[in-house]
Design a protein around this ligand. Structure first.
Ligand SMILES: Nc1nc2c(c(=O)[nH]1)N(C=O)[C@@H](CNc1ccc(C(=O)N[C@@H](CCC(=O)O)C(=O)O)cc1)CN2
Ligand SMILES: Nc1nc2c(ncn2[C@@H]2O[C@H](COP(=O)(O)OP(=O)(O)OP(=O)(O)O)[C@@H](O)[C@H]2O)c(=O)[nH]1
Ligand SMILES: [Mg+2]
Length: 446
């Protein structure tokens, strides 16, 4: 399919114990023979070989490295093409020399994602599996790794393909009703199809009503720390991060920009944002900071609202008004607080001290609990991108239109759109081909 042979360093540039070059395309094997000066090894077996720069005569060739090489013969490879791996010593000069030798052999440096693109073109991976693979490589926490691996292994593809299959067979039945109205089809055929569609629509709705857990797990659970100036928001952020991420000072109005740190709480990714203290200010830079703080709070999955123990039981009522069901409310500088059960409007405050560490474990536990509740995966694989959600919504819309359409021809048209929307998610669509196949089968003997 792809005429040219590409190569790339599959491991990060720089110094490492071992670096891996990957080649893919029809000339991979021949180039391996040239580099080693030996016949191809058996496919899929790692073997030690010396690699040489090519030269007119054997005496003039230069030894490049002592390597481990693997040859994969098409189609049994990651890309479905002939693939070669060169596991070389990971030094910059070696990497440069091997790269030069591969270019000299006429191979082209791969573009970003080109190996995976070829795997898709050869039907090795569908779009969901590819996205899963990308997420797997990007995963920074255990829960992200698990979700990505499930998707890379095809769980989500299998779910959507099963829905697509059910739709296609419903469609085939309807096509039969349209094209062969005189054949003795069951009278209640349309009623049966409608029932299938009803069940399917419910299943897709349930899948969509997931409170975005899969998408949030990919992106991170977003927490905004807000409160009046000087209450210790930046100090709390630094405590949570375990490093001095934000500037702390005794002066009110220190923080202006939103400062975000990534936490890994029991395997869940949590993005905690420190923000400017909320107050009216004549300073326009500080005002901009407050505007950014409010915006971040609005889009956060959770607000961590901080009050100042040094002035307790005094507090800013405007900030107390921002307390909602979802917020975690803390009273910082708790070493100043004698009150054993501080509360605002009946809402208990968690006593913490960014200075002494008091209550920090309880705060981390509360954050972890919220993140876990919002992100924890269900039995069903989660949809992980807006792309999936948008396509499923399109599918569901068409499905529901089809269910209520008065004429069978209109029903069929809507179902075709629904099938297409699902097929776009995996990228494995040849709707008409599949339909033809199933339709032919359905009509056998008629
Ligand atoms: N050295 C190395 N490690 C690696 C990879 C790789 O390409 N090379 N992978 C790559 O990202 C991952 C493993 N994934 C792979 C997926 C498919 C095939 C493969 O050869 N597939 C063939 C044969 C299937 C089989 O026999 O199991 C195929 O699909 O036809 C290889 C690795 C992670 N580790
Ligand atoms: N005693 C005590 N002081 C604290 C505590 N947390 C923060 N502080 C002090 O309170 C002052 C303000 O802390 P910051 O973390 O900068 O407060 P902030 O809420 O980020 O302030 P702005 O960025 O101005 O809104 C600093 O002098 C901190 O050292 C605490 O738990 N106990
Ligand atoms: Mg601050």
């Amino acid at each position: 399919m792809s005429a040219d042979t590409i190569f790339a360093l599959a491991t990060p540039a720089g110094r490492s114990g071992v670096a891996v070059f990957r080649l893919s395309g029809p000339r991979s094997g021949e180039v391996l023979e040239t580099l080693t000066g030996r016949p191809l090894p058996r496919p899929r077996e790692a073997i030690r070989r010396r690699l040489f720069s090519s030269a007119a005569t054997d005496e003039h060739r230069i030894l490049l490295d002592d390597a481990l090489v693997i040859y994969f013969r098409a189609p049994a490879s990651f890309t479905g093409e002939d693939v070669v791996e060169l596991h070389v010593h990971g030094g910059p000069a070696i990497i440069a020399a091997i790269g030069k030798a591969l270019s000299a052999a006429g191979l082209r440096l791969a573009e970003a994602g080109e190996f995976t693109r070829r795997a898709f073109d050869h039907g090795k991976l569908d779009l969901l599996e590819i996205e899963g693979l990308a997420d797997l490589i990007a995963a920074e926490t255990e829960a992200q790794r698990r979700q990505a691996l499930r998707q890379a292994e095809g769980e989500l593809s299998a779910l959507y393909e099963s829905w697509r299959g059910a739709l296609i067979s419903a469609l085939a039945r309807m096509e039969a009703a349209i094209d062969f109205p005189d054949e003795d089809l069951p009278v209640d055929l349309i009623a049966l199809v409608d029932e299938t569609l009803r069940v399917l629509a419910r299943e897709i709705e349930t899948h969509l009503a997931d409170d975005h857990r899969g998408e949030m797990l990919r992106e991170g659970y977003s927490v905004a720390i807000i409160g009046a100036p000087n209450v210790g928001k930046s100090s709390l952020l630094n405590r949570l991060a375990g490093r001095e991420a934000a500037i702390v000072s005794a002066r009110a109005g220190t923080t202006r920009d939103v400062i975000e740190v990534k936490l890994d709480l029991a395997g869940y990714p949590v993005l905690v944002a420190d923000t400017a203290g909320l107050r009216e200010s004549p300073d326009e830079i500080e005002q901009e900071g407050v505007a950014r703080a409010l915006k971040r709070a609005e889009f956060a999955d959770l607000k961590l609202i901080v009050f100042d123990g040094a002035v307790w039981p005094d507090f800013d009522p405007a900030i107390a008004e921002r307390i909602d069901e979802a917020a975690i409310v803390v009273l910082n500088k708790a070493e100043f607080v004698a009150d054993p059960d501080p509360a605002i409007a009946g809402r208990p405050l968690l006593k913490v001290s960014a200075k002494t560490g008091l209550g920090l474990d309880a705060l981390v536990a509360a954050l972890t609990g919220r993140a876990a509740a919002a992100l924890n995966p269900g039995a069903q694989p989660a949809l992980t991108r807006l792309r999936h959600r948008a396509a499923l919504e399109r599918c569901l819309g068409a499905l529901n239109r089809g269910r209520t359409a008065p004429v069978v021809e209109l029903k069929a048209e809507d179902l075709r759109l629904a099938v297409q929307a699902l097929g776009r998610i995996t990228g494995r669509v040849e709707v008409d081909d599949v339909l033809d196949l199933i339709f032919r089968e359905f009509c056998i003997g008629k």
